[in-house]
Design a protein around this ligand. Structure first.
Ligand code: MN3
Length: 238
């Protein structure tokens, strides 16, 4: 499946809304989000490439399971949480409020991060960013090489299941390398993720087994779609 211009702009525009429910809806095939309306259901966005397009660095079996089962599970969980909130406000029985809020954070963050993750990769990716993003990375971290080492060290050191994240602050423009444990813990409110690497075992275990650093190195050297990251970088402050 090729990304046409409309599709690219829609995905690129998502970052400006990332972290909001409208932003997550914008990742769905219908793109109802972005109009300021609360969508009632979320949908699994299609992969922007074929299941086997990232071979040999990201194997078809993992991509298929990861997208069709794991990411789909977060979409289902998010829809269930939204439905639960609707039931509480309609009935006046708020005894499930804590569980619903936790489920919304977990599944909502899972859906948002996976939607970002798929578009952050492309066949023949890797290399280095160019233009404004390259300047910002060098300005923030000293050099691309220093950023890369920091991103890999941070991502490889996630305890248990989580993510490595490059995020940008909409107010200051500052870039930060962060971890997420599970999907929602260790977040810095307000910062917008523009590059995310999944280090849950479901993301790499079939091919890389326990060798997480081999997976993250392959992600950085062969898979990152720097054009997508650059578009998200630019969109954060628009
Ligand atoms: Mn995952």
């Amino acid at each position: 499946m090729k990304l046409d211009r409309r599709e690219f702009l829609r995905l690129a525009g998502m970052s400006a809304l990332a972290g909001s429910f409208a932003g997550m809806a914008a990742a769905g095939p219908n793109g109802e989000g972005g109009k300021g309306t609360m969508p009632q259901t979320f949908e699994l966005p299609p992969l922007p490439y074929a299941y086997d397009a990232l071979e040999p660095h990201y194997d078809e079996a993992t991509v298929r399971l990861h997208h069709d089962k794991h990411h789909a599970g977060y979409v289902t969980g998010l829809n269930a949480a939204v439905e639960q909130v609707g039931k509480m406000t309609a009935s006046g029985d708020f005894s499930g409020a804590k569980a619903a809020a936790k489920a919304m954070a977990f599944h909502g963050s899972g859906h948002m991060l996976h939607s970002l993750f798929w578009t952050n990769m492309k066949p023949g990716g890797g290399g280095e960013p160019t233009g404004d993003l390259a300047k910002a990375v060098a300005g923030q971290f000293g050099s691309f090489d220093a950023f890369k080492k920091l991103f890999l060290a941070t991502t490889n050191a996630v305890e248990g299941s989580g993510w490595g994240i490059l995020a940008r602050c909409p107010k200051t423009g500052m870039l930060a390398v962060l971890q997420a444990e599970k999907h929602e813990n260790l977040a810095v409110w307000g910062l917008v993720p523009i590059l995310v690497c999944d280090v849950w075992e479901h993301a790499y275990y079939l091919k890389y087994q326990n060798r997480r650093p081999d997976w993250t190195a392959a992600f950085m050297d062969h898979l990152v779609n720097w054009d997508d990251v650059a578009a998200r970088y630019a969109a954060v402050t628009k």
